[in-house]
Design a protein around this ligand. Structure first.
Ligand SMILES: NC(=O)c1ccc[n+]([C@@H]2O[C@H](COP(=O)([O-])OP(=O)(O)OC[C@H]3O[C@@H](n4cnc5c(N)ncnc54)[C@H](O)[C@@H]3O)[C@@H](O)[C@H]2O)c1
Length: 252
């Protein structure tokens, strides 16, 4: 198929199932003609992916809690494919107790785990992906506006997203000279596995939908289309940016 990502190879980290934002990104990117390599967290998720991912998409295990896993993943990709053109990081995690307690009750371990998986992993992914990224190349992560507002029940994840967004700016500055840009999409609330960990998530989703400009939640396909643009050479002028794809929720 021909599209604005023809001939590009994009690594997408974080598809768990068909509801995942990363799956919306994968579909949009495939539609624009790129090859995709999907990384998954563990065997359980691999089994889920094998049920719906096209055979042409390569699957590689990568649990981002260990730097060695990330290093080996990008070495393996480099050996097999040579250079790549982009990486999408759509990964976040906090344990249930941390997510459901107010920030004031967050333990040191809970804080470390959430920051480690949700924010630090972008730094390690950028470090190990850089040697195999083309110039121009693109790294994209997913954030939420609980980073700049105290959204009820978003708790520790808001703090991790603030660190993630700041990392986007510093990484963009570090990698600029090698032609790699780093951006984030701040997505509106969509019902995914990650969201169901948030206390009273149905209310969060309802409230968010009611605050869109047309009372219809953003879809993973709409988020995916912006991700495809950010992976493409149409966006070489953008780096260090947080782009809202939330149907206007952040305006109000
Ligand atoms: N759903 C929303 O409303 C929303 C809004 C804004 C931003 N986001 C962000 O989008 C991203 C994707 O989340 P989603 O909503 O699609 O949910 P999801 O549950 O489908 O995806 C989260 C992914 O993180 C992966 N992951 C967690 N720990 C990992 C680890 N140690 N190693 C490797 N992978 C790991 C999971 O396997 C899963 O694939 C997250 O960063 C999330 O915070 C989501």
């Amino acid at each position: 198929m021909s599209g604005f990502l023809d001939g590009k190879t994009i690594v997408i980290m974080g598809v768990a199932n068909k509801r995942s934002i990363a799956w919306g990104c994968t579909q949009a990117i495939l539609e624009q003609g790129a090859n995709v390599i999907l990384t998954y967290q563990n065997d359980r998720i691999k089994k889920s992916l094998q049920r719906f991912v096209p055979e042409t998409a390569e699957l590689i295990e990568c649990d981002v809690s260990e730097d060695d896993n990330i290093k080996q993943t990008f070495e393996k990709i480099g050996q097999k494919h040579g250079k790549i053109d982009g990486v999408i990081h759509a990964i976040a995690y906090a344990d249930k107790e941390t997510l459901t307690s107010g920030l004031v009750n967050t333990t040191r371990d809970g804080y470390d785990l959430a920051q480690n998986i949700s924010a630090y992993s972008l730094i390690a992914v950028s470090r190990y992906a850089q040697p195999i990224l083309n110039n121009p190349g693109s790294i994209l992560t997913l954030t939420y506006f609980g980073s700049t507002r105290a959204i009820p029940n978003y708790n520790m994840m808001g703090v991790a997203k603030a660190a993630l967004e700041s990392s986007v700016r510093y990484l963009a500055s570090d990698l600029g000279e090698s032609g790699v840009r780093v951006n984030a999409i701040s997505a509106g609330a969509v019902k995914t596995l990650a969201v169901t960990g948030i206390k009273h998530h149905s209310e969060l989703l309802k409230e968010s939908e009611s605050r869109t400009v047309d009372q219809k939640s953003v879809t993973t396909s709409e988020i995916g289309n912006v991700a495809a643009f950010l992976m493409s050479d149409l966006s070489t002028g953008m780096t260090g940016d947080v782009v809202y794809v939330d149907k206007g929720v952040h305006l109000i």
